[in-house]
Each structure stands twice: as structure tokens, then as C-alpha cells.
Design a protein around this ligand. Structure first.
Ligand code: OGA
Ligand code: MN
Length: 281
């Protein structure tokens, strides 16, 4: 019998996990592996009304793998990063406007780090309107290709940059901003990520800047078309947050974005990031 009670939320992505509480997450040694298994099959796991406190969130995230500490200092609890547009709660809030576009976390690392394995987000304060988090299954996006497309796109390589994602939400940067974006190295990734499991997913989203060896505009148009196909409403799970919800996503197999919300909103999510060890290849 499975350790978790799981209800699928849409046919292609997302499932709700019922019957766990913070005590069980803290004490049940076998839950880490069960959650990772469920994440691999469902892409996104929703734990409604969990009310995990920040320390417990970090402890639970550790059951899934090593926790990222590179952004420590924005929250009193090590391992926690506040996701909010409120600059008084997070000094780097301006960068987070890029969460409004579809993306995969960690496609433009500062070094050669692999993309994060999973991201855990808990709602402390929700937006009055909007602010859902939307998820699309990037394995399903690959599977939806015809055989001919699978062949055509197998060798396609894409350069990802921080400039590409930031310029969408800040199209008129100051020279200093532009220089800061450009100081982050760009990364060339295959369009199709072949995972250790043998599964294949698409690497798309706001950081995808241009297609190697293709006319710039033609490449941009292709990236936009593929992203549009991958994120059709019938392939998306949209999570409407209530305070106390925790959501985990498999960053290897889903694209995500925040639905628009008022930039002056008090919306605040606490994030922990589980480091990955699988390069995009
Ligand atoms: C993130 C992110 C989306 C949201 O934390 O990486 O993309 O809805 N968040 O806040
Ligand atoms: Mn993100």
C-alpha cells in the first residue's frame, strides 16, 4: 500500500496529498522517498492547509535532498527565501517579477550548478486577486510532439540567459541593470532534456534566449510557439492559494509561473529549494 493518499488534480499534472500533518512529515522517515516518487509521477504535489512552520519546512525539504543555502540572509530561518514583491520583506524582490513568465528554476545559474530538483513553497499571505501558481508538465509537452518533430528537435540547442527573462518584465533597463544581467554567464542547453530515468522533457521558458545556429527572430518565434503549445490551458494545473498551503514541484519536469497579482500586494510565499544533481543533457 502506498504511504500517501493522492488525488490527481488534472489528467496531466498535479496531485493533492491528503492525510499528512507537520508531525508526520517530521517523524516519518519513509515519507521523503514516497514524496519524491509521487513528485516524479505527478510533477506537482499540493498539501492543502498544512501550516508548516519555516523550520519544519526546511527540515522536511532536507528529507528530499540537500537544501540550497545560497540565498540565505533574506529570512531569519536559514534555507528559507521569501517570494514576494514587497521590498521590505525581500531586498531582491524586483527580480521576482520574472516569476510572472513561464520558467524552469535554475536554467541560468551563476556557475555550472544543475537545476534545482524541487521547490517547496508555502503561503504565508495570499493576494486579494490573482497570484495563483500555474504548472505545465514539460514531459507531456515533449510527448505531444509528432515523431517527425521529435526527430527534428532532437539536436536543437538553446542559449538561456538572465537577460532574456529579466528583459521581459523590465524591457527598458538602465545600463547598470543591463550590465548586471549580462555579468551572469549564459548557458547553452538542449531543447530536449534526456533524464537519467530515460524520460524526456522540454527545456523552455523565459530564460530561453535564442536558438543556436538559427536566425535570431525565427528561433525566437519557434521558442514562443513551443512554449505556447506546452502551456495550453488543458495541460495546466493552476493552484489557488490559501494561507497554510504547501506546494512542491518537480523542477525537472514542470514549467511554472505566477499568475498576475498587484505588485503592491502583501502576497508572501516561503520557499525552500532542494538542490539537483542532474545536468540538462
Ligand atoms: C518561484 C516561483 C511562483 C509564485 O518561487 O520560483 O516561480 O507563484 N514562484 O510565486
Ligand atoms: Mn520559479
Amino acid at each position: 500500500m502506498s504511504l500517501l493518499t493522492i488525488n490527481k488534480l488534472t489528467p496531466s499534472v498535479g496531485a493533492e496529498v491528503l492525510g499528512v500533518d507537520p508531525e508526520r512529515l517530521a517523524s516519518d522517515e519513509s515519507l521523503g522517498a514516497a514524496v519524491l516518487d509521487a513528485l516524479e509521477s505527478n510533477g506537482v504535489l499540493v498539501f492543502p492547509d498544512l501550516h508548516l512552520d519555516p523550520e519544519a519546512q526546511v527540515a522536511f525539504s532536507r528529507r528530499l535532498g540537500a537544501v540550497d543555502h545560497s540565498a540565505d540572509g533574506h529570512h531569519p530561518v536559514a534555507g528559507i527565501y521569501p517570494v514576494t514583491l514587497d521590498k521590505s520583506k525581500n531586498a531582491s524582490a524586483a527580480y521576482l517579477r520574472a516569476t510572472f513568465d513561464w520558467h524552469i528554476d535554475g536554467c541560468t545559474p551563476t556557475g555550472d550548478e544543475c537545476p534545482q530538483r524541487a521547490t517547496v513553497l508555502s503561503a504565508v499571505q495570499v493576494a486579494d486577486r490573482g497570484g495563483e501558481t500555474e504548472f505545465a508538465n514539460s514531459y507531456a509537452a515533449y510527448e505531444a510532439f509528432s515523431d517527425e518533430e521529435k526527430e527534428r528537435y532532437a539536436a536543437l540547442r538553446v542559449v538561456h540567459s538572465l537577460e532574456a527573462s529579466q528583459s521581459r518584465v523590465n524591457p527598458d533597463p538602465s545600463p547598470e541593470e543591463l550590465a548586471r544581467w549580462r555579468s551572469r554567464p549564459t548557458h547553452e542547453h538542449p531543447l530536449v532534456w534526456t533524464h537519467r530515468s530515460g524520460r524526456k522533457s522540454l527545456v523552455l521558458g523565459a530564460s530561453a534566449h535564442y536558438v543556436v545556429g538559427m536566425d535570431y527572430d525565427e528561433g525566437r518565434a519557434l521558442l514562443a510557439e513551443l512554449l505556447d503549445r506546452a502551456t495550453q490551458p488543458d495541460l495546466v494545473y493552476s493552484h489557488s492559494w490559501s494561507v497554510g498551503d504547501t506546494v512542491i514541484w518537480d523542477n525537472n519536469g514542470v514549467l511554472h509561473r505566477a499568475a498576475p497579482y498587484d505588485p503592491d500586494s502583501q502576497r508572501e510565499m516561503l520557499r525552500t529549494t532542494v538542490l539537483g544533481d542532474e545536468p540538462i543533457q
